[in-house]
Ligand binder design. Sequence first.
Ligand SMILES: Cc1cc2nc3c(=O)[nH]c(=O)nc-3n(C[C@H](O)[C@H](O)[C@H](O)COP(=O)(O)OP(=O)(O)OC[C@H]3O[C@@H](n4cnc5c(N)ncnc54)[C@H](O)[C@@H]3O)c2cc1C
Length: 367
Amino acid sequence: MTSCLILGGGINGLLSALLLRQAGLEVCVLERGDTGRESSWAGAGVLSLLLPWNYGPEVNALAQRGRALWPEWADRLKVASGVDCEYLACGMAVLAVEQLEAALAWCAEYGEVAVPLTEFPLPQPLPPGGRGENALWLPNVAQARNPRIMQALRSAALRAGVVLHEHTPATRLLTDSARVTGVETPNGLFSADSVVVTAGAWTGNLLAELGDAPEITPVRGQIMLFKAEPGLLPCVVYQRGHYLVPRADGHILVGSTLENVGFDQTTTAHARTELLNFAYSLMPALRQAEIVTQWAGLRPGSPGNVPTIDRHPTLENLYVNSGHFRYGVTMAPAAGEVLLHRMLGTKVPVDSAPYAWITKPSSPLQS
Ligand SMILES: Cc1cc2nc3c(=O)[nH]c(=O)nc-3n(C[C@H](O)[C@H](O)[C@H](O)COP(=O)(O)OP(=O)(O)OC[C@H]3O[C@@H](n4cnc5c(N)ncnc54)[C@H](O)[C@@H]3O)c2cc1C
């Protein structure tokens, strides 16, 4: 049986592992720490581009396909793992839209249902200031809870026969002129017919020694979590770079920052103030809600938010599926399909060409 090593157990690693296993391969995942504890845990779980009209067709193609696949994935994961990742088609209100007419025209052309918010009878009122001439309602935007997605994926992958080595960092890729011949770890040498790097923000570090890393760099994002009464907020609300995401049990996430601070994952007082100011100005009722916690995660940033999902330019058995930046949860099911297409030649509805491996001239060397 053909075998595959996946390096990195975030959403893109585990979902790729599951798809490859279902395609009949022997799959082994090497994860540096615990699976699903980095960016895939830290994200807000909005299953959409925040402002789709601001992105290129290659980003929209993966995000739209991912969105279309998510309801089925949520069901499949629940059946396979018993874990409900709380997929919820709650819709998103986008406030203070710049160039509203252009945004509406884009939505009409590309099939994103969007109506001016004043015309749409929401099931419950939006927070004060939530309606206005430049507000849009996107009813097809959904969300899911990241920690539950990762718990479900881990369990589904294990049950499907994926072998998982946690606390096993890949430290070096051994190569000859044409192939990766092995992967060094503190727990010994691993080898397989093919190797897929899904190490998120750390992808560049792992590939740096080969001199062929795509341009993927860490972009810190911080989120604050409130606990309020369930139903206080009916939908995702986005305004000028920040958003509120309500969970069914009353938790409300406030996100997020975009910070180029290397691999620093600490939370900051500055971000706390920024996020609280946004939350309280949009929704004064949150002043009465409990602040539960604040966290930070490192997005795998990429130019234009375009991930790399491709085979290495010269090493015939090395692949990468990384650099999904702000939308790696939304894109994961579609990115996994593209990876399968590149590895096994399976049919895929999305053109894989835009996700080609383009080497960055020099790569970050840090951990
Ligand atoms: C604050 C924030 C908000 C976000 N909100 C959203 C959102 O609403 N919607 C959305 O779609 N996306 C969102 N994202 C982006 C999304 O979370 C990421 O794009 C996605 O999780 C990337 O997944 P990944 O599997 O590629 O990387 P990761 O989840 O970071 O996984 C990479 C894994 O590789 C492991 N690893 C690293 N180096 C090695 C090594 N040498 N050997 C073995 N393992 C290694 C790491 O430990 C990690 O577990 C958000 C991200 C953040 C931080």
